[in-house]
Design a protein around this ligand. Structure first.
Ligand SMILES: NC(=O)c1ccc[n+]([C@@H]2O[C@H](COP(=O)([O-])OP(=O)(O)OC[C@H]3O[C@@H](n4cnc5c(N)ncnc54)[C@H](OP(=O)(O)O)[C@@H]3O)[C@@H](O)[C@H]2O)c1
Length: 275
């Protein structure tokens, strides 16, 4: 049972990643970033999720510096954006991200989307950076099963993670099964469906039953499904409250009820249509 905010999953290359992290998309103001990161560290979060696309790596770096947290205590994820992909351009993109973050190394570097015809070259650059010691683990994001199959048949280093849109309306059953089979950890982006589930009657009932917020119910459901989760908030009270998910357990019949909310609905683009 995952019962502490310091619990982590051991990825397929042996490194540990916290089950809960803070998503940082759309926080671009430095003061707000510092407040959010401080609130997260105070609540026990140790993992932060950014991307070159979010245009906030410099602010993330400043927030880490001002927190005084030791580098080895925290887990930093960033990602290579679509127009940065390709072998040489990924190497340069990584260096830009690393410098903006002000870090010697990044914990997890993700291929943000499977850009058709290029992602294999991008992956080779990730493998080089991994072998050179600049990244502790490499993974992908928004990969469908066919993208993973294609990557796995060509790569030297297997991805540790596939970070995909995942919430009660999009449970990604087949993809989850495939990731489990291939020992690729799934991580949930948009776990709160970007705020679209807070009036759902089923979740409202469960919220009353467990005396937890709907956000806490959903994030606990993630953990019990063994999905790494990275809810975003820039509000200290929500950051704190979203982390109070380690002191209760959703009963198995209620897990099934939440699974049953799946409609396949996305808030973001379908990976096969986007790139
Ligand atoms: N790999 C990818 O392609 C990809 C795509 C999208 C996102 N991501 C990552 O995943 C992270 C999370 O996804 P997301 O930001 O799209 O969506 P999300 O985490 O599902 O939802 C974030 C929204 O929910 C609100 N919220 C958070 N906690 C709440 C609470 N307890 N009560 C009420 N509202 C609450 C936030 O508002 P406030 O901030 O105002 O609290 C924000 O509007 C991102 O930040 C990013 O790091 C990755």
């Amino acid at each position: 049972m995952i019962d502490s905010i310091s619990d982590s999953v051991i990825l397929n290359n042996g490194i540990e990643m916290p089950w809960l992290g803070l998503g940082l998309m759309k926080i671009v103001n430095e003061r707000k970033m510092i407040e959010a990161v401080n609130a997260a560290f105070e609540s026990g979060y140790r993992s932060l999720d950014t991307a070159s696309y979010y245009n906030n790596e410099r602010e993330v770096g400043e927030a880490i510096k001002s927190s005084g947290m030791q580098r080895e205590e925290i887990f930093i994820t960033t990602k290579v954006w679509n127009d940065e992909q390709g072998y040489e351009s990924t190497l340069s993109a990584f260096e830009r991200s690393r410098k903006k973050l002000g870090l010697d190394y990044v914990d997890l570097y993700l291929v943000h989307w499977p850009v058709t015809g290029i992602f294999h070259e991008t992956w080779k650059a990730c493998e080089k950076l991994y072998h050179d010691g600049y990244i502790r683990a490499i993974g992908v994001s928004n990969f469908q099963i066919h993208h993973l199959k294609s990557l796995l048949s060509n790569c030297k280093v297997k991805p540790v993670i596939n970070q995909v849109e995942y919430h009660p309306r999009l449970t990604q059953k087949e993809l989850r099964h495939y990731c489990n089979q291939t020992d690729i950890q799934m991580a949930a982006w948009g776990p709160l469906m970007r705020g679209r589930l807070f009036e759902n009657p089923t979740l409202t009932e469960l919220s009353q039953k467990y005396e937890k917020t709907i956000a806490q119910i959903i994030l606990r459901w993630d953990l019990q499904n063994e999905i790494v989760t990275i809810p975003k908030s820039e509000k200290a009270n929500r950051i704190k409250s979203n982390a109070k998910i380690f002191d209760f357990e959703i009963e198995s019949e209620d897990m099934v009820i939440i699974d049953g909310l799946n409609t396949g609905e996305r808030t973001g683009p379908h990976p096969d249509l986007f790139v």
